[in-house]
Design a protein around this ligand. Structure first.
Ligand SMILES: [Zn+2]
Length: 302
């Protein structure tokens, strides 16, 4: 993890597999996200100590464990005021909700209760909607960016946007094959929103800080469009319908994702469903329950 300066003395980020932002204003310091576990947070705290930088606040963009798994350790070591988006806050306080929803509402099997799906519970001191807020010394603006997580908030401070997982770096897009989304339609609306934000640069949750981040945002839009087209064309091959299970398998195989464990497969199943629901919202396909199966069909006359 490298500690990189974005604005001298004021805005930094720890660049790693999951980025962690850091804002400084006089005697206060705010982390943006907390990494996946306590060992990540230990490294963050060590570096801040070496740099003699304060830590008084924590902002969590969304309730995925790679972004909040280190928060409980931080809270055990430091008195940090912790703020998070509404709804995401419920999951942060009761992290079993993630394996629970991925497992379709059934009590999750023990193997699903791992650190990638379920972090240690986090105390939340303040819940935020989108808007303008004064958090200690920090005048921040929060921006609702759903689609990857139900109520994800980006944070805009002093001209720099911390975008959470609303877009991915180009390298990460290719690596993921099928990016994790809960609603591709909303994710694409969030990407269009990002392009319209006036700021000097942005940091994604996975990727690098860029002034010209709008090119990367556009690459995300193009990528999702490509996946939507692929799913639509695949469904057109079978006018009588393709089951949800079948299209999940076809898409995972085509994009060569690794899903040999139940937890990974459940994440991809959710992502595939996000593309299907987007096609439904765009009236490009139809759906029905047929012979006790969830089936998707191309529009008539295609
Ligand atoms: Zn995420």
């Amino acid at each position: 993890m490298e500690f990189q300066t974005i604005k001298e003395g004021r805005i930094f980020y720890f660049h790693g597999p999951v980025n962690i932002g850091y804002l400084r204003n006089h005697n206060e310091g705010m982390l943006i996200d907390a990494g996946i576990d306590s060992s990540t947070m230990k490294k963050v705290l060590k570096r801040l100590r070496e740099e003699e930088l304060p830590i008084t606040h924590l902002f969590i963009t969304h309730a995925h464990s790679d972004h909040y798994g280190g928060a409980a350790f931080l809270q055990s070591k430091k008195d940090v005021q912790t703020v998070a988006p509404v709804l995401e806050s419920a999951i942060l306080q009761y992290p079993v909700i993630e394996p629970l929803y991925l497992f379709g509402g059934n009590d999750p099997l023990p193997e699903l209760r791992n650190k990638f799906l379920e972090g240690t519970p986090v105390r939340i001191d303040q819940e935020l909607e989108d808007g303008s807020w004064q958090i200690g010394n920090f005048a921040i603006e929060t921006i609702l960016l759903p689609g990857h997580s139900y109520h994800q908030l980006g944070l805009l401070y002093d001209g720099i946007l911390f975008a959470g997982d609303s877009y991915f770096g180009k390298e990460q897009l290719d690596k993921h094959g099928i990016p994790y989304l809960t609603d591709t339609q909303l994710a694409m609306e969030s990407l269009h929103k990002l392009k319209g934000i006036t700021c000097e640069g942005a940091v994604p949750g996975h990727g690098v800080f860029e002034q010209e981040f709008r090119h990367t945002v556009q690459a995300n839009l193009d990528y999702h469009d490509g996946l939507l087209d692929w799913v639509e064309e695949e469904l057109q091959k079978k006018p009588n319908g393709t089951t949800h299970e079948e299209i999940t398998a076809l898409m995972c195989a085509h994009y060569q994702v690794r899903a040999d464990q139940l937890s990974q497969w459940l994440l991809f199943r959710t992502a595939v469903t996000a593309y299907l629901t987007a096609l439904l919202k765009q009236n490009r396909i139809t759906t029905e329950i047929k012979d006790y199966r969830w089936v998707f069909k191309p529009l008539k006359g295609v």
